[in-house]
Design a protein around this ligand. Structure first.
Ligand code: PMP
Length: 445
């Protein structure tokens, strides 16, 4: 029963592990875009286990691939060759452009980013890494420095050599105003070429590289192509391309964290960085890669991977037969069911509907995103002041009670994050919109 888990949680789980809902439920079952609780209640899942269930809960093809593998071989480590690993790396790299052809298979996004950071340092011979303010790249000890969000850092001797550049946030950034022309939100940036605000943020990065990072020590810039955890922030057009050029000039690599934006979620491209016309040196991926099965990857060039040679390297679980079978099935389903295209079409429809709601509810300050990676920011009506977390929670909890699970985040905790399994359809959007509309009405009335 729920009460029993209350006590077990208090007795045996760390207090830092929090439940997102105040009036939670036990999730017992999932199918495609639906989750079911201990009382058989059904929820539309718009958060996909934090942007992870890419092709749908318990997708039959993925379940089938895993079942077949479980009966054949679970594990042997990659010190032996097993066929699934080879099939998978061939298929995965066929999805990556340019020379990004060497795959390290690991088990989580944090692990992938840790390894990417090691590779960048080994290849460049440099020590310092830059990421964006308000970013989240993981919470291992090493990554507490990389993650640009204060609340994830403990009072420890956080590893040195991490710098954070200003988040190019069109809605809340100090040079905000110019919306992302890459966004599918209509009425975006009208700059004829790259957005003028992009240049201002790039200039700020150049000041950091020139004046703060010690000369000749830059190993890499880490960036997502849409910042996920802190509110689905899209960058002004041209920012990533120019930031990349600049970092290269200072001897560093560009590492694309595709943990949230990869695998077709942004609709127009399989990888988020492709929307920005940039070619990373290293790409990290996790979450959607395994539809919930714990797996992740770092993909880079032969030249960069060669810098690792001569060091002993073992990853016990990385690329094991179960993970690679699941990974292959996920890629097959994305293709067979045209889920990238679905993200584009259903995502555009979702944005349209959210913008209709924005017209009648001044509490909605901003709607943004691309494909099925969307965000909606609540403000105090008539201002840009973030709505308080307590007030956002009223809407958030109410939506759950009406059958819709959604993400929450942003620097001020006032952003609803919509990142569902990529198989949702327009009817699901209509249902979600009616629930959101009702929850806002309940809150404001
Ligand atoms: N990078 C990004 C962009 C993420 O959103 C996350 C997880 N929220 C991570 C890295 C870390 O992934 P994991 O939780 O699998 O370690």
């Amino acid at each position: 029963s729920y009460q029993k888990t209350d006590k077990l949680k208090a007795d045996h789980l760390p207090s830092v592990l929090y439940n997102i809902y105040k009036r939670p439920m036990l999730i017992n079952q999932g199918y495609k875009q639906w989750l079911f609780d201990h009382e058989g209640r059904r929820y539309l899942d718009l958060f996909a286990g934090i942007v992870t269930v890419s092709v749908g809960h318990c997708h039959p093809k993925v379940v089938g691939a895993l079942q077949e593998q479980i009966q054949t071989l679970w594990h042997c480590t990659n010190i032996y060759r097993h066929p699934k690993l080879y099939e998978y790396v061939e298929q995965l790299t066929s999805k990556l452009p340019g020379d990004l052809k060497v795959v390290y298979l690991v088990n989580s996004g944090s692990e992938a980013n840790d390894l990417a950071s090691i590779l960048a340092k080994a290849y460049t011979g440099n020590l310092d890494v830059v990421s964006l303010q308000s970013s989240y790249h993981g919470c291992s000890y090493g990554l507490m420095g990389l993650t640009g969000t204060q609340s994830y850092r403990m009072k420890l001797n956080i590893p040195a050599g991490y710098y954070h550049t200003m988040l190019p946030d069109p809605y809340r950034g100090i040079w905000g105003g110019c919306r992302d022309s890459l966004s599918q939100v209509p009425g975006a940036c009208s700059c004829p070429g790259d957005c003028v605000t992009a240049d201002k943020y790039v200039h700020q990065l150049s000041e950091l590289l020139e004046n703060s990072v010690p000369k000749g020590r830059l190993a890499a810039l880490f960036a997502e192509s849409i910042q996920g955890v802190n509110g689905t922030v899209q960058f002004p057009k041209g920012y990533l391309k120019k930031a990349h050029q600049l970092v290269k000039k200072y001897g560093g690599l560009y590492i694309a964290d595709e943990v949230q934006t990869g695998f077709g979620r942004t609709g127009d491209a399989f990888w988020g960085f492709q929307n920005h016309g940039v070619m990373p040196d290293i790409v990290t991926m996790a979450k959607g890669i395994g539809n919930g099965f714990p797996m992740a990857a770092v993909v880079t060039t032969k030249e960069i991977a060669a810098a690792h040679a001569g060091t002993a390297y073992v990853n016990t679980f990385g690329g094991n037969p179960m993970a690679t079978s699941v990974g292959k099935a996920v890629l097959d389903v994305i293709e067979e069911e045209q889920l990238q295209q679905n993200c584009k079409v259903v995502g555009a429809y979702f944005v349209e509907q959210l913008m209709q709601l924005q017209k009648i509810h001044p509490i909605i300050g901003d709607v943004r995103g691309k494909g099925l990676m969307l965000g909606l920011e609540f403000v105090v009506p008539g201002t840009k002041d973030p709505l308080s977390v307590a007030d956002v929670n009223i809407i958030f909890e109410d939506m759950k009670d009406m059958g819709v699970l959604i993400g929450r985040g942003g620097r001020f905790g006032n952003v609803l994050r919509i990142k569902p399994p990529m198989c949702i359809n327009k009817q699901d959007v209509d249902f979600a919109i009616s629930v959101l509309d009702q929850a806002i009405k309940n809150y404001t009335s």
